[in-house]
Design a protein around this ligand. Structure first.
Ligand code: 0RQ
Length: 498
């Protein structure tokens, strides 16, 4: 334990999870570490849930970096503890309560969530609960497998509870590169000109005066399993690589491409697997999550390094990774999400942003968050941070969902996260549509021809042609019909015409 708690002051602060949870009171705002179920506190939230289940009234606003594990989002939701939640989640239990209207949810750009806290635009953070590898002699906290918003929560919190997780090997020390930005007008340029540049310290500043309790835990992150790479995902990956090949042939990209960003989920994971078998080499990643396929890119030497804010492999890949940390230590940099997702850096590096859509419309607007316009799925996460600022912005989705009953290409999206102004390339298993330099009507033809599923192509073209018969010809729509595909699905369980 001496390697983990490097000063007696830390040792003197050791408490049980139940004792530490007593610090959290009804009405407080709590910030937790963690980003994609990785590096989040577990024991104290579980103890807090038990208190509430025992009958005590506790409601808190809960802020995180991104998604966290069921020990927080499921346990605290089931115990009725969460009043308001931000900025991102992927948990089915809290999703249910958000969509039933019982939990208020703010779906935010992840890089902006940090500055909302720093600018004082949200509640003051009463307590930060942070998973750590160790506490230094000075009382600073070394992060584990994710950084996220933890540095900002620690800075802005009145009190900090540290969960020292013995499951996380000490060999992770040194991966993190922590820097906090000053608020405007004193903000300086961020000195990252290459994904491998280190600009900060390996720990999160805290100090013993803020640490209210230290809890020793031994619990593995409950990362999310990834689906099998199915045929549609393989085809999406092949189509993205075809697009890259054309960019290289035209001289706009080299064989090392540009720093890659790839979102969460099975499709995003499959896309990078495609690169493992490609001729591309000396790749770099400037991203927010590292899933299984990105670890394989690093293992195989196809990619030299990855800058990220979180390591979020599937459970099996996590075990493998934790055995091989020494191999990865100089190949991965863990940054605060304000830096990993920073528009200034994403624009400077020229990141290739690859994210996932729920649906896209014929003009290139993308919905990544809402099912049938009203129900929250997960949230925008960092997809907007990257897509609005990348050199090349790609969105992919299978062309159909729910066994072919839903077309992912629709006349008008039922919710917009990414607008026609930033979506450059749309990819499905059917093909890719390069939308750069195309007017709305030109985009519509390309998207329908290249991306729509054959079962829906004709009807989409019919909609577009009839819309073109109207008098408003810049972005032709028939407003009374534009969302009829969604209504039909809600009424009949299918977007297909009877
Ligand atoms: O629901 O499981 O109930 O059937 O949406 O879809 O195909 O399993 O895909 O796991 O890759 O998730 C966009 C949600 C895709 C995710 C999204 C239904 C489908 C299924 C999931 P069921 P799949 P994935 C990095 C960047 C936004 C944030 C982001 C996401 C479920 O990638 O949250 O990219 N992205 N952040 O059936 C109705 C459609 C549908 C549909 C799919 N058109 N209509 N339902 N589904 N298409 C991450 C961070 O920032 C941390």
């Amino acid at each position: 334990l001496a390697a983990r708690l490097r000063d007696e002051k830390a040792l003197a602060l050791v408490r049980s999870a139940e004792e530490a949870a007593e610090i959290i009171k009804d009405g407080m705002t709590v910030g937790v570490s963690g980003f994609t179920p990785s590096g989040y506190p577990k024991a104290v939230p579980l103890a807090l849930a038990e208190r509430a289940k025992g009958g005590e009234k506790i409601k808190i606003d809960l802020y995180s970096g991104a998604s966290v594990g069921p020990e927080i989002d499921a346990a605290l939701t089931e115990a009725g503890v969460i009043k308001k939640r931000l900025p991102y989640h992927t948990n089915a239990t809290i999703r249910g309560k958000i969509n039933e209207g019982e939990v208020e949810y703010i779906d935010m750009h992840l890089s902006q969530s940090t500055q909302y806290v720093n600018y004082g635009m949200l509640n003051k953070i009463d307590v930060a609960i942070v998973e750590g590898l160790a506490i230094t002699e000075e009382g600073h906290i070394i992060p584990t497998t994710a950084v996220g918003n933890a540095p900002a929560f620690i800075k802005n919190a009145d009190q900090v509870i540290v969960e020292i997780n013995l499951k996380k090997p000490m060999s992770l020390e040194g991966m993190a590169d922590i820097v906090l930005l000053d608020n405007p007008p004193n903000r300086k340029p961020i000195g990252i000109c290459n994904p491998a540049d280190r600009i900060g310290m390996p720990y999160m500043e805290c100090g013993f005066d803020k640490i209210a309790a230290v809890v020793i835990t031994d619990m593995q992150d409950k990362t999310r399993p990834l689906g099998e790479v199915d045929d549609a995902s393989k085809e999406i990956s092949n189509n993205i690589i075809k697009f890259f090949d054309r960019e290289v042939a035209s001289g706009r990209l080299t064989n090392s491409l540009l720093p890659l960003q790839s979102g969460v989920g099975s499709v995003a994971n499959a896309v990078l697997y495609g690169l493992c078998d490609s001729e591309y080499e000396n790749l770099t990643c400037y991203t927010e999550v590292v899933q299984d396929s990105m670890l394989d890119l690093l293992r195989s030497g196809k990619a030299n390094m990855a800058s990220t804010t979180a390591l979020s492999p599937s459970p099996a890949a996590l075990e493998e990774f934790l055995d091989e940390v020494d191999f990865f230590r100089d190949k991965i940099i863990l940054r605060p999400q304000e830096i990993s997702n920073n528009p200034e850096v994403v624009r400077r590096l020229g990141v290739i942003a690859m994210n996932t859509a729920i649906e896209a419309d014929i003009y290139g607007n993308v919905n990544s968050t809402h099912i049938m316009g009203s129900k929250m799925m997960n949230g925008i996460g960092g997809s907007g941070d990257f897509s609005r600022n990348g050199a090349i912005t790609i969105f992919s989705t299978p062309s159909t969902a729910k066994g072919g009953k839903i077309s992912s290409i629709v006349p008008m999206v039922s919710h917009v996260d990414h607008t026609e102004h930033e979506v450059m390339v749309l990819v499905t298993e059917q093909g890719y549509a390069d939308l750069r330099g195309l007017s709305p009507k030109e985009r519509a033809v390309k998207i329908i021809e290249n991306c729509a599923h054959p079962d829906f192509k004709e009807e989409l073209m019919s909609y577009f042609k009839r819309a073109c018969d109207s008098s408003a010809l810049h972005t032709p729509h028939i407003l009374t019909e534009a969302l009829s595909w969604h209504s039909r699905y809600l009424d009949t369980g299918s977007m297909l015409e009877e």
